[in-house]
Design a protein around this ligand. Structure first.
Ligand code: UD1
Length: 419
């Protein structure tokens, strides 16, 4: 497996473009299963998770054509198999997103149950319960979810807790159901809104996406369309955090500042000067060390769990002590142990990490087994003294397009070392 070799100590400077959002592209690719005609999806990031999704759709018999700019045209008219195998679902949990669309459109689906993962047990019970309430016949056998329904029926779904892919799965299923489905306590993430916009462009009738009540009036069929995925707010936040941690000055382009309000507020609290335009964010740390900031993760619009690890790195090199509470996933602190190996002072107390900023981190070989934890180690490498080797970067490639090229463009000394 490839590694990243990073020589720390350089403040990041310059300008980079933000890619399309992984977490919007994945449900939108799954949504193409609902359309009667070809759907062309643009601004797709070049990522391992996208390749896995394409493989999943391809194995079902779906035709995919990718052009050199990563526009993907998906034609589901050739579908043969309503099946998502374990070997793909285990490498990417978001594969569960094909369940709702397959069931709604073809009346049947067999999807592997995702197992636990590095950041927690992550069940999909709410996806299943929602489909059952819509009249589906679902049973789990041999590790697979077997679902059947003649036509799903609209109902009122009150979600026990806020789930992003759960909301997306049920919203997709409801587009072809009989009647108007109402999802209460829905996730409000911008990626849910992007999916709803894409579905509406295909002819769906969805209202309220972005609020906690989504109404989906079922239609008889959806058609093909062309849709561009929104920018990746987590990639945006990661580069802003990297700039702040290194005392640098970075401008990110082709992003949407409004999706990052909670993150920008925390960066300002840490001492950064942040300016925003329509589609850009400029962060200047003026060579200073950040101040430590207290953080509590929660569903959107609060501070995202997907930025928690990167801000832990910020806090470990910042001035002062602070707490980071993780309320979304039960076990999302694996980066803590690796950061400690680089000299960080962090105490874990339940779901809270207490950090005391140190003047310097020292390079070490490190690795993590989830995407954002791996990113936080890259960020640590950018400020550590010496050469940090980040191993198992397979996880980074799942979610960050060309991370070493983008960081190198900002002046970082980073290179990929083939295994
Ligand atoms: C999505 C994102 C992921 C992000 C997460 C939280 C995608 C592809 N992934 O993941 O990057 O970290 O949202 O913002 O969009 N839960 C249940 N039962 C369920 C479903 C969820 O108990 O049926 C729990 C989970 O274990 C977790 C919490 O709900 O504790 C939130 O998880 P959820 O929003 O579902 O995360 P994902 O959609 O998997």
């Amino acid at each position: 497996m490839d590694k990243l070799l990073i020589t720390g100590g350089i403040p990041l400077e310059g300008e980079i473009r933000i890619s399309g959002a992984k977490n919007a592209a994945l449900p939108i690719l799954a949504a193409t299963l609902l359309a009667d005609g070809p759907v062309k999806v643009g601004n797709i990031p070049h990522l391992q998770d996208i390749t896995t999704t394409m493989e999943l759709l391809g194995r079902m018999g779906v035709e995919l054509v990718v052009d050199e700019r990563m526009n993907i045209e998906v034609d589901c008219s050739t579908i043969r198999e309503l099946f998502a195998p374990y070997e793909l679902v285990k490498s990417m949990r978001a594969s569960i997103l094909v369940l709702g669309p397959m069931l709604a459109r073809f009346g049947e689906a067999v999807v592997s149950l995702p197992g636990g993962c590095a950041i927690g047990s992550r069940p999909v019970n709410l996806h299943i319960e929602g489909l059952v309430k819509m009249g589906a016949d679902v049973h789990v056998e041999g590790g697979y979810i077997h679902a059947k329904a003649r036509r799903l029926k609209a109902t009122r779904l009150v979600m026990d807790l806020v789930t992003v892919t759960g909301t997306e799965n049920l919203m997709m299923a409801a587009t072809l159901a009989e009647g108007t489905t109402v999802i209460e306590n829905a996730a409000r993430e911008p990626e849910v809104v992007d999916l709803a916009n894409c579905l509406n462009a295909m002819g769906a009738k969805i209202n309220g996406a972005g609020s906690n009540t989504i109404a989906v009036e079922g239609v008889d069929g959806l058609s093909g369309t062309h849709y561009d995925v929104l920018p990746d707010r987590i990639e945006s936040g990661t580069y802003l955090a990297a700039a702040a941690i290194t005392g640098g000055h970075v401008r990110i382009k082709d992003t949407q500042p409004r999706m990052l309000e909670a993150v920008i507020e925390k960066l300002r609290e840490a001492g950064a000067r942040v300016e925003v335009g329509d589609r850009w964010i400029d962060l200047d740390m003026k060579g200073c060390r950040p101040r430590a900031i207290n953080i509590r993760t929660s569903p959107y619009p609060a501070f995202p769990t997907d930025m928690q690890a990167q801000f832990t790195t910020l806090n470990v090199v910042a001035e002062g002590a602070a707490t980071i509470s993780e309320t979304v996933f039960e076990n999302r602190f694996m980066h803590v142990h690796e950061l400690r190996r680089m000299g960080a002072d962090i105490q874990l107390e339940g779901n809270t990490a207490v950090t005391r900023g140190v003047e310097r981190l020292t390079a070490a070989p490190v690795m993590a087994t989830d995407l954002r934890a791996s990113a936080s180690l890259v960020l640590a490498g950018l400020v550590a003294e010496g050469d940090t080797v980040v191993e198992r970067i397979y996880h980074i490639d799942r979610g960050y397009e060309s991370i070493e090229e983008k960081l190198a463009k900002l002046g970082a000394r980073i290179r990929r070392v083939p295994a």
